[in-house]
Design a protein around this ligand. Structure first.
Ligand code: ADP
Ligand code: MG
Length: 388
């Protein structure tokens, strides 16, 4: 299969390591978008603020309907903000027509023109930008070469596979040499295996475009983790959290992010003694130590006696014998084999409403209703604010 090429003539690495040294490439300044009016209005984006640096890749990650495509559309010019402004390299582009923004856009549906050959599809944005005719052929060839599709210039979209069509959509976006590239669920329509290989190629593409800011919309956390320098977690038209993938994963600032990014058990607990970034917490009469992260701004919420959530990933909990005195009692609701691990869903005896999930290596059989002990290894968990 053809591959997206890594190298691109004329691309130099950024001189400074700081993607904000020349100011942000993309700014969302308190952007609000409502569809419809009055009582029937849908508030698809509320007070959305984000700055993306030059060459930075930021993923917008969230469930379906959380406002990701609306945010992307506001920047691309497909959606008109009801309030606020979008800026590109310092320039307010809120009222500029889409074709004048110089932004490359790739959509899940590819949106290729079915009656146009590949080369004409790729040339489309160049013509809209009034690039001189004698330069268009070379620019199209360059873009097709970048996605490994130079041999397909004369084909019609229907003569290509889904993955090939997506490459053409990427070539069309790159042909205009955009400073900003927007991708909206570009891999969602591809089968799982192709998605993996395209993901690896998009990573290479990102590395070959060190001066291009990328905004990547996805509902798939694996794509966000693989591609993004930073992740914006969205829910209900709002930005919930924004940070590097590693920080969001290790110290989720909210219970939503803890659950959405990788899945997590969020077990109610009471905070005891706090020393620096470590706390003793009580989970139904058992006391364990946990990480108590300090917020970047504002005051920590970990006062002794406070209610909090102990965030523990499913692979970190251990099933032990019922006789283990440090263990919590639980009963098995379901055991689902997932290949490398078996996912157990259990109910804690002392908190009958609290389901917890544990991944046990291999293919393990448990009868529903089996009583087991659950051990919280220390310090396995990290505190998350209750009600966040
Ligand atoms: P996402 O991309 O995260 O799935 P969207 O930005 O597409 O979410 O949609 C956010 C919300 O706005 C949803 O509730 C959706 O139904 C609504 N919405 C999106 N586009 C329109 C539209 N053109 N007219 C009315 N409502 C819309
Ligand atoms: Mg969408």
């Amino acid at each position: 299969m053809a591959e997206i090429k890594v190298a691109r003539a004329g691309v130099r690495p950024r001189e400074s390591g700081d993607p904000f040294s020349a100011g942000p490439a993309i700014v969302f300044d308190r952007v609000g978008v409502s569809y419809g009016r009055g009582a029937k209005a849908t508030h698809a984006l509320v007070d959305f603020n984000l700055r993306v640096g030059t060459g930075e890749t930021v993923a917008l990650l969230g469930p379906s309907g959380s406002g990701k495509s609306t945010a992307l559309g506001a920047l691309a010019g497909f959606v008109r903000p009801t309030s606020g402004a979008v800026r590109l390299n310092g320039r307010d582009i809120t009222d500029l027509p889409p074709a004048k923004r110089g932004i490359g856009v790739v959509l899940q549906s590819y949106a290729l023109f079915p009656h146009m050959r590949v080369a004409d599809n790729v040339a489309f944005g160049l013509k809209a930008q009034r690039v001189p005719r004698d330069q268009i052929g070379g620019r199209v060839a360059e873009a097709l070469d970048m996605v490994g599709m130079a041999a397909y210039a004369k084909r019609l979209p229907r003569e290509l596979s889904g993955g090939q069509q997506q490459r053409i959509a990427i070539a069309r976006a790159l042909a205009i040499r955009p400073r900003v590239l927007l991708l909206d669920e570009p891999l969602a329509a591809l089968d799982a295996q192709l998605r993996q290989s395209m993901l690896a190629e998009l990573r290479q593409l990102k590395e070959s475009l060190p001066d291009t800011a990328m905004l990547y919309v996805t509902h798939d956390q694996a794509e966000a983790l693989a591609l993004a320098d930073r992740i914006v977690v969205m829910n209900n038209a709002r930005l919930m959290d924004v940070d590097t993938a590693e920080n969001l994963w290790k110290r989720p600032p909210s219970s939503f992010t803890a659950a959405f990014l990788g899945g997590a058990n969020l077990i109610p607990c009471t905070v005891g003694r706090v020393i620096g970034t470590s706390a003793l917490v009580t989970v139904s009469h058992k006391t364990v130590s946990a990480e108590a992260p300090q917020p970047a701004v504002g005051k920590a919420d970990w006062a002794p006696g406070a209610r909090a959530l102990l965030c523990i990933r499913p692979h970190a909990l251990r099933i032990v014998s019922l006789g283990d005195r440090d263990a919590l009692r639980a009963s098995v609701n379901a055991a689902m084999w997932r290949g490398a691990v078996t996912r157990l869903v259990l109910t804690l005896t002392s908190m009958p409403d609290q389901l917890i999930e544990i991944d046990v290596p291999g293919h393990v059989h448990f009868e529903t209703g089996t009583e087991v002990g659950v051990r919280i290894p220390e310090p396995a968990g990290v505190l998350v604010r209750a009600g966040s």
